[in-house]
Write a protein that binds this ligand. Structure first.
Ligand SMILES: C[S@@+](CC[C@H](N)C(=O)[O-])C[C@H]1O[C@@H](n2cnc3c(N)ncnc32)[C@H](O)[C@@H]1O
Length: 153
């Protein structure tokens, strides 16, 4: 991990029209190419992403690392924590096919890491995942809106 990125500030956030930087830094774990991170950036957050795989298209500061083995001090450099752990094991498709065991179930370990920090957090996943305090959000990238479940602490 590049320690400089823990304090790195992104100067040119693509903030949505009518929004301003809100002064908060959010850690975007399991960031992939930045779908969730872009939403936070457009809401005014400064975003730093972490993914175990290289993400050359990620538009914000990026660290390639295992999200389950980050230094707790690094986590505390943020105001808010977000995670989008892999959803395959929780999906309706895996339930239907009876093969959910083929993928890791990371929601609980991530939640435990987040709870130890005392920071506000969000864990995003699919309908049917083991989330607490669910908030339902509709995705509008397809004509028939998909639904995701959000968890906040
Ligand atoms: C559901 S995708 C994330 C989608 C992303 N939030 C978005 O909005 O585009 C899950 C990501 O988790 C990453 N991943 C899987 N295991 C990981 C781990 N242990 N640590 C960090 N990233 C991991 C995968 O490489 C994948 O990019």
């Amino acid at each position: 991990m590049n320690p400089d990125l823990a304090t790195h500030r992104v100067e040119s956030l693509p903030i949505a029209s009518g929004r301003t930087e809100n002064g908060y830094r959010i850690l975007d774990l399991f960031c992939c190419a930045g779908g969730a991170g872009m939403g936070y950036a457009q809401a005014g957050f400064e975003v730093v992403g972490v993914d175990i795989n290289p993400q050359p298209s990620y538009p914000f500061a990026f660290i390639q690392a295992d999200a389950l083995h980050l230094d707790p001090k690094f986590l505390l450099a943020f105001d808010v924590l977000h995670a989008s752990p892999p959803c395959q094991a929780y999906s309706d498709l895996a339930k239907r096919n009876g093969n959910g065991h083929k993928w890791p179930k990371l929601i609980k370990p991530v939640r435990n890491i987040f709870l130890r920090t005392g920071l506000p957090y969000v864990i995003e996943n699919v309908e049917g995942a083991a989330l607490l305090n669910r908030i339902e959000a509709a995705a509008c990238t397809r004509p028939k809106a998909g639904r995701v479940r959000l968890q906040d602490g």
